[in-house]
Design a protein around this ligand. Structure first.
Ligand SMILES: Nc1ncnc2c1ncn2[C@@H]1O[C@H](COP(=O)(O)OP(=O)(O)O[C@H]2O[C@H](CO)[C@@H](O)[C@H](O)[C@H]2O)[C@@H](O)[C@H]1O
Length: 641
């Protein structure tokens, strides 16, 4: 692919002008930023426009002829610039249906109301109003994944694009040096190196791009992303420069809609940023502190999506000056720990908290289930931010995650031994036998097989499982765990395996095919999470006819309906078991009831399996609710102008 743009045009990006106190910056001050920026944009546009090839990403070459003439030959391409009253370019009428707002009447319900009410009131397959959406995330499957964040940011963008939105996902291009790692093989250099100002100097990143399933996957490349390990650390712990790595991501993501001619056209300034977790938390702060004061992104909106409030991106206060933010914005990120949380007498508790900065600057806040959106406003679930979050309750909603119904489909899953569906469950028995055989457990269809998949840490309640396991394994059951995390739990799994050769298997590591086989082969999936913003494994389990037993918290409470054998004139209702409060005893009671039901009440068990399998967990369902929140975001002026 030919480079789409001269690198010099990209290097003179907005960030340079704002960040560098050089000659060009004084030129901006002299002519006024908006008009300087307009001139740059015209120049940029004149070299950027190429014809768009749908579904295939970029076309092969730069178009020499008049872009307007040629592009109009294709259905609805460049229609012209959108300007505001001052003449500043706020976006482009680009390529309907993606990115073009159709001014149709929409049913906007009460912004303070229940988002899930949006489902069923809108067209189920396409949006009535579409947006230019920019996801910013530290992981997106299949390119990078350490957990549920990767799943969500790998699937939701595709669902939104399918509904007509123009969607870009900006994430780092992690390279571990392994030549066999081909995850980014289809991503091509856009030829748009861009200079960003942070951490005391100019940082140059380049952008790689792959157009897949209707989404512009954009990968920020920088040497800081080139190293073995996960996106966040390696066997020695978290990377010491994570604040730098994700600050860079946020700066790059803010530039991307302005400078990247994806499919021939920039996304423009009137876009909607979806900042996921603290790694993307500087995005709303940058919009407010760096861009809007110069008239840029005045019509953009930002939504912070909280997948896990436990991680906030907290660093010593002195690091503030590295973030590339004006000094007067320190208060937005300032976070002072209470006395009891300080380590020693000289510790002033002063830090910068990136997630807090996002909470106070984003236009709206979202969590990944309704239950969790309430929990984070309480002292128990707010991780110190509950008061702040409560103060923004009016713009805080929760939308339950969906799942990738193509990847997680028992009737076509490439990882499992036999396919099955709600109409013919016989394949599930074969999956169970195949899993038992693979793990070296006795192959017994009558023995309840219990599974656990997840990070081995405090959140997932592994310590509770650990204390309950010896008693559980007194019963005639088999138990398999897949996970990695804290060494003490990994060692415990190995120890349990040596103690209970015929009953327990622990798989230490991160292995997606095995996770599918456990989900399909087990009868019961246990999730004693201490807190769970949404949880995906219980959704996968239900879709595979595996009955979840979960702590009644957050998204687990919202998605697993407790079994009631007496309801529906004795035919029962519910999709699993929930228990509360979290304790070893309550976990064991719930598991024992599940085991007895499995053994002695076959028709009840089949009812549980089938009700779980018939639930709609598609991303389209969630996407409709997201659109409702998008509409609310654009109804209000920017929260921080
Ligand atoms: N060892 C292993 N091998 C293979 N696959 C493994 C694995 N360990 C975990 N996984 C997979 O990683 C994902 C984990 O999903 P969770 O919803 O439990 O997310 P997590 O806690 O990471 O994320 C946060 O974000 C998500 C997304 O919003 C929320 O659902 C969640 O509550 C919140 O804590 C699942 O796809 C699971 O199968």
């Amino acid at each position: 692919m030919a480079a789409l743009q001269t690198s010099s045009s990209c290097q003179n990006s907005f960030a340079n002008f704002v960040g560098r106190h050089d000659k060009r910056f004084s030129a901006i001050r002299q002519v006024g930023f908006a008009s300087f920026y307009r001139q740059r944009r015209r120049k940029l546009d004149s070299v950027c426009i190429v014809s768009r090839s749908y579904g295939g990403g970029f076309s092969a070459s730069q178009d020499e002829s008049s872009p307007l003439e040629d592009n109009n030959k294709e259905k609805g391409l460049l229609l012209g610039e959108q300007r505001d009253g001052s003449g500043s370019v706020v976006g482009f009428h680009l390529i309907p249906p993606s990115g073009e707002e159709k001014l149709t009447e929409s049913t906007v319900s009460d912004p303070d109301g229940d988002v899930s009410a949006a489902v069923g009131t809108e067209d189920q397959l396409s949006a009535s109003v579409t947006y230019n959406i920019v996801f910013v995330t530290s992981e997106a499957a299949p390119y990078s994944k350490t957990g549920g964040l990767g799943d969500v940011c790998g699937s939701l963008p595709i669902a939104l694009a399918a509904r007509g939105h123009r969607v870009m996902v900006v994430s780092p291009k992690y390279t571990d040096g392994n030549p066999l790692n081909k995850k980014f093989a289809n991503a091509l250099d856009v030829g748009c190196p861009t200079k960003l100002y942070c951490f005391g100097g100019i940082q140059e990143v380049s952008f790689f791009h792959e157009y897949r399933e209707g989404v512009d996957w954009v990968f920020v490349d920088h040497p800081a992303y080139h190293r073995p390990g996960t996106p966040y650390g390696d066997i020695h712990g978290s990377f010491g420069d994570n604040q730098f790595r994700f600050t860079l991501l946020c700066h790059a993501a803010c530039e991307a809609p302005l400078v990247l001619p994806l499919g021939g056209f920039t996304y423009g300034e009137k876009c909607l940023f979806l900042a996921n977790d603290w790694h993307a938390g500087l995005v709303p702060v940058l919009l407010a502190a760096k861009y809007r004061p110069h008239g840029v992104y005045k019509d953009a909106r930002s939504i912070l999506i909280i997948h896990n409030l436990a991680h906030q991106g907290v660093e010593p206060a002195v690091t503030y000056e590295n973030l590339g933010l004006p000094s007067e914005w320190y208060g937005a990120l300032e976070w002072v720990f209470p006395n009891w949380a300080r380590k020693h007498a000289l510790d002033t508790g002063e830090t910068v908290n990136v997630l807090k900065g996002a909470i106070v600057t984003a236009d709206r806040l979202l969590t990944v289930s309704q239950g969790y959106s309430w929990e984070i406003t309480t002292p128990e679930g707010g991780n110190g931010l509950h008061e702040l979050l409560s103060s923004r309750k009016a713009v805080l909603n929760g939308i339950t995650n969906g799942l990738d119904v193509n990847e997680w489909d028992p009737s076509s899953d490439v990882h499992i031994a036999s396919h099955y569906s709600i109409d013919d469950l016989s394949g599930k028995v074969k999956c169970k036998a195949a899993l038992q055989e693979e793990l070296g457990l006795p192959v017994r269809s009558d023995c309840p097989l219990i599974g656990f998949i997840g990070r081995l840490d405090f959140q997932k309640g592994v310590d509770i499982l650990l204390s309950a396991a010896p008693e559980l394994l007194q019963d005639d059951v088999q138990f398999v765990m897949l996970g990695s995390g804290e060494t003490q739990y990994e060692d415990w799994m190995r120890h349990m395996e040596s103690l209970y050769r015929d009953k327990f298997r622990g798989w230490v590591g991160f292995n997606v095919p095995i996770s599918h086989r456990i989900t399909a082969g087990c009868d019961i999936l246990v999730m004693p999470s201490r807190f769970e913003p949404c949880g995906l494994n219980q959704l996968y389990a239900m879709r595979y006819g595996t009955v979840p037993v979960v702590h009644e918290t957050g998204g687990l409470k919202d998605t697993v309906e407790n079994f009631n054998p007496y309801a529906q004139e004795g035919s029962g209702e519910g999709t699993g078991w929930t228990f509360l409060p979290l304790s070893k005893e309550n976990l064991l009671i719930a598991l024992k009831i599940a085991i007895v039901t499995y053994r002695e009440h076959k028709s009840s068990w089949e009812g549980l399996m089938k009700r779980g399998m018939s639930r709609d967990y598609s991303w389209n369902n969630a996407a409709v609710q997201y659109e409702q929140v998008f509409q609310w975001a654009f109804m209000d002026p920017p929260y921080v102008k």
